[in-house]
Ligand binder design. Structure first.
Ligand code: FMN
Length: 319
């Protein structure tokens, strides 16, 4: 039987690599009637901040070709509520609940994690240093030194697994990945949304309120996200969680070949909440089909000669 378990570090073992991406599954309760949370590996919660946030004014979502733009602006009930009201309920599901944490300063992240660390039911943290939809949301994630400073500060206050979620809106994602690995991150998730802008042709202004820009997600970003994962994999040794545009098992396999140890499903859950569970089953079937027992055996090692495309397809190359 193929083995789907994934070790994210610090004793956090996921039953399978498929998770629901932050911001697309709330805190689990919103989706519990639609998704069998016992079947997925992990639920990454909505970004949680020190104080409650109402988010940005509407309109804050817009469809685009092959994807969507959002400028939710980290709407959440605040860390005290998550720690005291939600966390005790997280253990009702078999999946690991990883709380996504966001802030404008290093101190805000540290305070959030300190408060959450006092609560049971939380398997780990995903530090969102990559939110394009709040003022200064990208500041801590763009510079490797700043990202490392933040990671080290959080590392100092928790023994739980720390996943750092990187922004694709940087010039060298590998440099940021290497910096957070050295500062004590247990795993990296890549990527958050790409900054995008959709215009309203008649109104001659952006469709989204506020600054007008939003984060682009969905199938449109998949090749960009796969490239980011390959760059991160080349830069670090810790587990990498691939996210961006996955809608089926084949997409998840592409991320795993590129170097991901686990994946997250985001936008695809909106039109079809069963996507993540279908991919869990699909990965088991895929491993059985290609005759290997662990996902890591799928990985591409760029430095090694690989089987030619024609040989892989079982056909003779053209003369
Ligand atoms: C509506 C919406 C809200 C999101 N909120 C968060 C968030 O709070 N924290 C975070 O780290 N990422 C957030 N994201 C980014 C996703 O977790 C994911 O990284 C991104 O959407 C790319 O994956 P996808 O193409 O599968 O959706 C959000 C995405 C969407 C669409």
């Amino acid at each position: 039987m193929p083995e789907l378990q994934v070790d994210l570090g610090r004793g956090l073992r996921l039953s399978n690599p498929v998770g629901l991406a932050s911001g697309t599954a709330g805190f689990g309760f919103e989706l519990a009637d639609l998704v069998d949370l016992d079947r997925i590996g992990a639920l990454y919660t909505k970004g949680t901040t020190r104080m409650p946030r109402a988010g940005n004014p509407p309109p804050r979502v817009a469809e685009t070709a092959g994807g969507m733009l959002n400028s939710i602006g980290l709407q959440n009930p605040g860390v005290e509520h998550v720690a005291t009201v939600y966390a005790p309920l997280f253990s009702q599901w078999r999946c690991a609940v990883i709380v996504n944490v966001a802030g404008a300063t290093v101190d805000e992240y540290v305070q959030c994690v300190r408060i959450l660390d006092g609560a049971d039911g939380i398997a780990g943290y995903e530090l969102n240093i990559s939110c394009p939809n709040i003022a200064h949301g990208l500041d801590l994630g763009r510079d490797p030194g700043e990202a490392a400073r933040l990671t080290a500060a959080v590392r100092a206050v928790t023994e739980r697994c720390i996943v750092v979620k990187l922004s694709p809106n940087v010039s060298d994602i590998g440099a940021v990945a290497a910096a957070v690995e050295s500062a004590g991150a247990d795993a990296i998730s890549a990527v958050n949304t790409f900054v995008g802008l959709k215009m309203h042709r008649q109104a001659r202004r952006p469709v989204l309120a506020g600054s007008g820009t939003g984060g682009l997600s969905g199938p449109a970003i998949k090749p960009l996200a796969v490239a980011a994962v390959a760059a991160v994999r080349a830069a670090v040794r810790i587990p990498v969680i691939g996210v961006g545009g996955i809608i089926d098992t084949g997409d998840a396999v592409d991320f795993i070949i590129a170097g991901a140890d686990a994946v997250q499903i985001g936008t695809a859950t909106f039109p079809d909440p069963s996507t993540a569970v279908r991919i869990v089953d699909g990965l088991t079937e895929h491993l059985a089909m290609v005759g290997i027992s662990h996902l890591s055996e799928l990985r591409w090692h760029p430095q090694e000669p690989t089987i030619g495309l024609f040989a892989a397809a079982g056909v003779a190359p053209p003369p």
